[in-house]
Design a protein around this ligand. Structure first.
Ligand SMILES: Nc1nc2c(c(=O)[nH]1)N[C@H]1C(S)=C(S)[C@@H](COP(=O)(O)O)O[C@H]1N2
Ligand SMILES: [Mo]
Length: 533
């Protein structure tokens, strides 16, 4: 503060004007960013889906995110984790763009440098993607260039306007050459053009790489070894209990893909190589000509919390994976089978388990229709007994026979257990948590799974009274979950805590001690609280 007298009305007016000027400068930054991203989307349409700046940065961010943070995101946001990540990236970019705008009206070149740097970062992110080609950095580089040129042009225009003339940094010769309206129109126009280019680019990219039509055209051969329909007795008839077979539209989705890989089956090949005598290369038509088998199987995610939703049961159709590996001739010493996806995911399964006589598939269909794109179209692997992250490579394009010593797959590099065998789990689905039920007889029901070992028993207890045997529905095989029910009689008014635990066919009872999903799957008993009225 100085001692100079100030007119009473001046401070708010001055502050308001400064605020308005700052907003204008920030808008210049934002408009330039929108123009940059719009240009990036257009170029991405030519170069390839997933190379657009925000997607490239987001994908790199997913791979660089430390495991605890990833776990937190999956736990907190569930399947919305990707939307949250993209939202975060857009928000960060908007903030930095606004700051770049504030910088640019003082020093246009400095503002341009910020945009160029971001373009470079995006380009680096795109090139860091597995299987990236040099052209993949083009959308980000073009975005950086467009952003730099735009911010510089808008900032120059601004400095020539009367609003800026009062600033010390105004160009000495440019005072008042452009009107404020011109600057505003140019900024708004840039914003609109950028948004239009971005939206247009997105739509065009989506159309150009969309494989819906190719998927619809797939004619699935009849299975050489069909399975009979599942007996109705696998499902206790308790309202509110999940269906035994999970509809495809309800099947959980867990992956690192920000944009779904779109693979036209006509372009698809599967390479089988590594420690084999006869490397193979299969086209999709050749795969469909293999004798196809059906497999009823419960797939679950290692990230599933006790009682969580990342599990589903489906009827897969596919070619026998063990037979294919035998044809390739697995060499002695190999102990790991690594699946590689189109988007660079690597998933390692103990080879011994794949070849121990269990059914394992190169699946092409689920529940009678070609794999949904989100679930790995056109082909994924399925190996009962293992969590998805060690067995179920979606968008599979390569199988490498190798060793655990030679190669750590994606999740193992991030600290997850390298075997990934499914732990015994059980959950209460009926009554729903915090449900209010009338006193007397209450139906309890749920599901339990110990994939490939099978469930031998499920017990429930109420308010820590002795464990009671639940009634198991029909057993459809060890690779499937098993549903259970229990008729609780004499439920008295008040709140009650119900717990469940399962025993697998080896006789091992689910441990009570709680373990987090990381690094080998959650343990602990699921419980639910109900109010009896
Ligand atoms: N290409 C690819 N395959 C993948 C993953 C992935 O991120 N990318 N995630 C795995 C994990 S962790 C699980 S649990 C299953 C989930 O399969 P779903 O999304 O079809 O349920 O896919 C597996 N296969
Ligand atoms: Mo998973």
């Amino acid at each position: 503060m100085t001692n100079e007298p100030t007119p009473a009305a001046a401070p708010p007016r001055g502050a308001a004007r400064r605020l308005l000027r700052a907003a204008g400068a920030a808008a210049i930054g934002l408009a330039s960013a929108v123009a940059a991203l719009g240009a990036g989307e257009l170029v991405a349409c030519a170069v390839g889906a997933g190379t657009a700046p925000v997607i490239a940065v987001g994908s790199a961010a997913i791979d660089l995110t430390p495991t605890p943070l990833k776990e937190y995101a999956v736990r907190t946001f569930g399947t919305h984790d990707k939307a949250v990540l993209l939202g975060g990236i857009y928000l960060t970019m908007a903030l930095l763009a606004a700051l770049a705008g504030l910088l640019a009206v003082r020093r246009p070149l400095a503002g341009a440098v910020v945009f160029a740097a971001f373009g470079g970062l995006g380009g680096w992110a795109a090139l860091s993607r597995p299987g990236a080609s040099p052209a993949d950095c083009a959308p980000s580089l073009v975005a950086g260039l467009v952003g730099a040129l735009t911010v510089q042009a808008l900032a120059r225009l601004w400095r020539g306007s009367p609003g800026a003339a009062s600033e010390q940094h105004a160009e000495p010769d440019g005072t008042g050459t452009t009107s404020r309206r011109t600057v505003l129109t140019a900024t708004a126009g840039t914003f609109a053009a950028g948004a239009l280019a971005g939206a247009g680019g997105r739509v065009l990219t989506g159309r150009r790489y969309d494989v819906t039509a190719a998927r619809d055209a797939v004619r699935l051969p009849a299975p050489a070894e069909p399975l009979p329909p599942l007996p109705a007795a696998v499902h206790p008839n308790v309202p509110g209990l999940s269906s035994f077979t999970t509809p495809n539209s309800d099947f959980y989705r867990v992956d690192t893909a920000l944009t779904l890989p779109q693979i036209d089956p006509r372009d698809w090949t599967l390479r089988v190589h590594g420690l084999v005598d006869r490397p193979l290369l299969l086209t999709f038509d050749e795969l469909l000509r293999e004798p196809l088998e059906e497999l009823d199987h419960t797939l679950s995610c290692v990230s599933n919390e006790v009682g969580g939703p990342y599990v589903g049961t489906t009827r897969w159709l596919g070619a026998a994976l063990p037979a294919l590996l035998r044809r390739a001739g697995v060499r002695p010493g190999a102990d790991q089978l690594v699946g590689r996806s189109k988007d660079g995911m690597t998933i390692g399964t103990p080879l011994e388990s794949v070849l121990d006589g269990r059914r394992a598939l190169l699946a092409v269909a689920m529940n009678g229709e070609a794999l949904p794109v989100a679930h790995g179209f056109p082909c994924r692997s399925v190996v009962p007994g293992f969590y998805g992250y060690t067995s179920a490579t979606k968008w599979l394009v390569e199988l490498e026979v190798t060793t655990f010593a030679a190669f750590d797959p994606y999740w193992v590099r991030r600290g997850w257990d390298r075997t990934g065998a499914v732990r015994t789990a059980s959950r209460i689905e009926v009554p729903a948590p915090f449900a209010k039920v009338p006193a007397g007889a209450v139906d309890l029901a749920g599901t339990a799974w110990a994939t490939h070992r099978g469930i031998a028993a499920v017990e429930v207890r109420i308010d820590e009274s002795p464990w009671q045997q639940a009634e198991l529905a029909a057993d459809a095989g060890p690779d499937l979950w098993r549903q259970w029910s229990y008729a609780w009689t004499g439920a008295t008014p008040g709140t009650h805590r119900i717990e469940v635990r399962a025993t697998d066919t080896t006789g091992a009872v689910q441990p009570e001690s709680r373990a987090a999903p990381f690094p080998a799957g959650a343990t602990g008993w699921h419980s639910t609280v109900v109010t009896v009225t």
